[in-house]
Structures are given as structure tokens and as C-alpha cells.
Design a protein around this ligand. Structure first.
Ligand SMILES: Cc1cc2nc3c(=O)[nH]c(=O)nc-3n(C[C@H](O)[C@H](O)[C@H](O)COP(=O)(O)O)c2cc1C
Length: 164
């Protein structure tokens, strides 16, 4: 692939504004989660949503074969949670000891600080390059806040726990 094509591609798509999510999972007795920007609705009927997990992240390495993921819309005021889940890695800290959460459907941890969220059953997972894409079908959803979302242009100053 020509280098200028790659550079132009990154210039085109690398700074687009979009909402951020915190994706959570459970593997055995361990709770996992990371900040995710690569995420989008994929279908209306049936409802489908895709999230991408980096191969480097503990969340992916430990929960790769999970059957369910929690997808949290991050409220605009919750920069601390974005920093915790995007700037720290579960390889070094227990993120869930530093925030309020409860167990949700399929054992997926639900973050009290992100009341707009859904739990999705994994329909399929595909290798997308340096991330895997997970197609999710919602099995439970909650919308309890009208607050705007925390978006990429604020999140990009966070130093990721694992570089992509
Ligand atoms: C702006 C931004 C966007 C990110 N987007 C993603 C993403 O789409 N998918 C992903 O797996 N990690 C993404 N990350 C990186 C993880 O959130 C980060 O490396 C996290 O510390 C990994 O935690 P873990 O090792 O506990 O899973 C992003 C981080 C930032 C700051």
C-alpha cells in the first residue's frame, strides 16, 4: 500500500469526532474493561452494534472468547471514568476497585457512572487487523440520562494504557 495513501487515510479518518464508550466484560472471576472509540451501529432491524477491541488490551486478551459485552455511553462529565478505563490497564491496576459497578446480565459489570448502556450478546467476532470486531445483539438496555456524550476530541489527550 503506498505510504501517501496510508498517510492520507489517517488524516481523513483519524481525527473525526465521535462518541466514546467503555466496554466491559467478565472472564472467570475477573472484571475487564477499556475505553473504546471504534464502535458503531451496524443494523436497525435486527438491532446490531459493533465494537472493536485492540489485541494488545487486557480486556481483549482475557475476554477474547466472551459471549457478552457491556457497552456504556460515557457521559460528558465522566472524564475521570474515561481516564480510568482508557489510561490504565488491568495488567497493572484493578479498575473496578476504583469505581462503582454492579453485576449485570450474563455477569457483565455495569458501571454506575454510565447509566446509559446496553449488554450485547456476541453474534460474531472477526479479526479486523490490530483489533477484533465484535458484532453485538442487545439483550438488555438502559437509558436513564439525557446528558451529552464524552467524545473523542476530549479523549484523545488520554495516554492509552496500551498503545494501539
Ligand atoms: C481516545 C482513545 C480511543 C481508544 N479506542 C480504543 C478502541 O477502539 N478499542 C480498544 O480496544 N482500545 C481503545 N483504546 C485503548 C484502551 O482504552 C486502553 O489501552 C486501555 O488502557 C486498555 O485497558 P486494558 O488493558 O485493561 O484492556 C482507546 C484509548 C483512547 C485514549
Amino acid at each position: 500500500m503506498p505510504a501517501d495513501t496510508v498517510a492520507t487515510f489517517h488524516a481523513l479518518v483519524g481525527n473525526l469526532e465521535h462518541p466514546m464508550f467503555i466496554v466491559t466484560a467478565r472472564a472467570d472471576d475477573e472484571r475487564l474493561g477499556c475505553l473504546v472509540g471504534f464502535a458503531t451501529q451496524m443494523s436497525i432491524d435486527p438491532p446490531r452494534f459493533a465494537v472493536c477491541l485492540s489485541h494488545k488490551n487486557r480486556t481483549y486478551r482475557r475476554a477474547r472468547d466472551t459471549t457478552a459485552l457491556g457497552v456504556h455511553l460515557v457521559p460528558a462529565h465522566a472524564g475521570d471514568l474515561a481516564e480510568l478505563f482508557g489510561g490504565e490497564t488491568g495488567d497493572e491496576v484493578d479498575k473496578f476497585a476504583r469505581c462503582d459497578w454492579r453485576e449485570g446480565p450474563a455477569g457483565v459489570p455495569l458501571l454506575e457512572g454510565c447509566p446509559n448502556r446496553f449488554v450485547g450478546r456476541v453474534v460474531w467476532r472477526a479479526d479486523a487487523g490490530d483489533h477484533d470486531a465484535y458484532l453485538l445483539e442487545p439483550i438488555a438496555a438502559e437509558k436513564e440520562s439525557g446528558e451529552d456524550e464524552f467524545t473523542f476530541h476530549r479523549a484523545k489527550v488520554i495516554d492509552p494504557g496500551h498503545e494501539a
